[in-house]
Design a protein around this ligand. Structure first.
Ligand SMILES: Cc1cc2nc3c(=O)[nH]c(=O)nc-3n(C[C@H](O)[C@H](O)[C@H](O)COP(=O)(O)O)c2cc1C
Ligand SMILES: [Mn+2]
Length: 450
């Protein structure tokens, strides 16, 4: 049985666990809420519920809800150490959604002239962001060809009272659906869910092929079908218990500059052409909680949310090469994406090189692969560096592959969607274990006076 039923139920659950801080001090949506998220991200702090938002009476803003692994573990309802194994099972469970006639998300309906995004406390996050962004809206849309649903998180820049960008390039499914609708000369109806059940947020990040409806994975994670109400102005449904839904349709062929925006790389991405969404209705609860999140220098909640899907994907990839992959770390300094450390139990001398090539070939943003033996803790930078210092010769053990197609916002790449990749084999040669034996002092475990 699950301990919470929806987004605000999760906030109550966090409060019971002493992991939610209510902030009564008045805050401005410009920087002040994001500053709070930055602080809890850096101090392993609680989630935040701002209850007094300047110029937005009646609203509350939840922030930093996934800022730390501890918070994510609470959302998944397992101890932190079991999170990966648990998540890997959850990824494979599916429960179809259930249509219902009404729900709290439609207690208030704003349509036509009433639509005004300036009434919503949308947050300005980082210093050089050009304005307010919806950063953790979960977009639910249907494939115009197949009718199958799709979930993802795509940031939206507020352009005016009823206009937003949607940053969804075609290598993400939503971008593909927008392009497919445009091929038919049409806009794509999109429901953006804000204050979604955490399982919907987590499921939106699962790496599954186009055509697999992640809302069904959210149901599997919850252990109950996600209940969906028909939207008021578009032919899509949305979760009945969300805090709010922005209903809208993309304007076919329209693109506007979006950015620079503080990205997961910890740098600002250049302004890019993004699709435009015309808001057709906003539906919400009577006393809605707006939800925002921070992306920026690692570690932010963006990183926390992508760590598990990336680990699963990397493990599957390595397992194709070596069944006995021992451990994997997508490193925090490597943005949980650019640097992967893998430990293996070598059975052939050059296996590490196959692992390096397999991972660089995935195209999911991996730029550096470090392979170590199974006596090295992949999550400990000191141990990994020690392996590099003592088990690796650069002229023999480094592989550099120029010009790979790669989805990354790495500001160092010379051409968009292209990167060089490199790998380091820091495993010891197989026949020569003695020279590499770790020095140990006998009896440390028996010491009882420290
Ligand atoms: C907080 C957060 C913000 C994100 N923002 C964006 C974004 O603005 N644009 C984008 O294309 N992907 C963004 N992503 C990544 C996508 O949501 C993610 O890759 C998702 O799995 C895509 O769904 P799909 O597999 O159906 O394409 C974000 C992820 C998180 C956790
Ligand atoms: Mn998808």
């Amino acid at each position: 049985m699950t301990e919470y039923a929806d987004f605000r139920g999760f906030l109550d659950f966090l409060e019971k666990k002493d992991k939610l801080l209510r902030v009564q001090t008045e805050v401005d949506t410009r920087f002040e809420i994001a500053a709070g998220i930055r602080k809890v991200s850096d101090t392993d702090g609680p989630a935040l519920l701002y209850e007094n938002i300047k110029n937005h009476p009646g609203w509350r803003v939840a922030a930093g809800v996934f800022a730390t692994r501890k918070l994510l573990a609470l959302a998944l309802e397992v101890p932190e150490e079991q999170m990966l194994e648990h998540y890997e099972q959850l990824e494979k469970k599916f429960l179809p959604t259930k249509e219902v006639a009404s729900g709290p998300v439609q207690e208030v309906v704003l349509s036509g002239e009433e639509v005004d995004l300036s009434r919503v406390p949308i947050v300005v996050h980082s210093e050089l962001d050009p304005g307010a962004y919806v950063t953790i809206g979960v977009q639910f849309a249907k494939d115009p060809e197949t009718g199958l649903g799709n979930l993802g998180i795509h940031r939206m820049f507020v352009l005016g009272k009823n206009r937003l960008t949607v940053w969804a390039p075609p290598d993400h499914h939503l971008g593909r659906l927008i392009a497919k609708a445009e091929d038919q000369g049409q806009g794509l109806p999109i429901a953006t869910i804000i204050g979604a059940d955490p399982r919907i947020v987590i499921a939106s990040q699962v790496k599954v092929p186009l055509g697999v409806d992640e809302m069904e994975i959210a149901g599997g994670m919850k252990g109950a079908p996600i209940e969906m109400v028909p939207c008021k102005s578009i032919p899509v449904s949305a979760p009945a218990d969300a805090e709010m839904v922005i209903e809208g349709v993309t304007l076919p062929g329209e693109r506007v500059p979006d950015g620079p925006f503080a990205e997961y790389t910890g740098c600002y991405s250049a302004a890019k052409d993004a699709a435009v969404l015309e808001v057709t209705a906003i539906t919400m609860r009577k006393n809605p909680i707006y939800h925002t999140c921070l992306t920026g220098l690692p570690v932010t909640e963006n990183h926390v949310l992508i760590e598990l899907p990336n680990l699963v994907r990397v493990r599957q990839e390595v397992q194709k090469t070596i069944p006995e992959v021992y451990d994997i770390c997508v490193t925090p300094g490597g943005t949980f994406r650019h640097h992967v450390v893998v430990s293996i139990r070598k059975r052939h001398e050059e296996e590490a090189r196959n692992v390096i090539l397999a991972l660089l070939a995935t195209g999911i943003g991996i730029k550096l692969v470090t392979v170590v033996d199974d006596d090295i803790d992949v999550t400990d930078p000191l141990e990994v560096e020690w392996a590099l210092s003592t088990r690796m010769q650069p002229d023999r053990d480094i592989i550099i592959i120029p010009r790979l197609t790669c989805s990354t916002l790495d500001p160092s790449v010379p051409v968009a969607r292209t990167t060089a990749g490199w790998g380091i084999d820091a495993t010891k040669p197989m026949g020569d274990q003695k020279r590499f034996e770790k020095v140990r002092v006998p009896g440390v475990d028996q010491i009882d006076y420290l």
